[in-house]
Design a protein. Structure first.
Length: 84
């Protein structure tokens, strides 16, 4: 990822745009490709592309946050061990 981030810098993207952020923001592998392609074509708009993807996938993030907020381990509850 570090090499790809370096290529993004060389292409003209700001340091705020990283391969890791793209992967975290994207809904799936196809969207990772789509976002990276858009960034590669127009690096000056890279932050805008990421912001649009965040907004587009807001429901997914809200759901993930809700799941994290209600995880049993965070409430001091332990899940029973799996038995074979």
């Amino acid at each position: 990822a570090a090499d790809f981030n370096q290529r993004l810098r060389e292409k003209g993207c700001s340091a705020k745009v990283t391969a890791q952020k793209v992967c975290k923001i994207a809904r799936d592998e196809d969207e990772v490709r789509e976002i990276l392609e858009a960034i590669w074509k127009d690096p000056e708009k890279a932050e805008e592309v990421l912001a649009e993807a965040v907004e587009k996938n807001k429901e997914v993030y809200d759901f993930e946050k809700m799941m994290e907020d209600t995880s049993p381990s965070e409430k001091g509850l332990k899940t029973p061990p799996l038995t074979a």
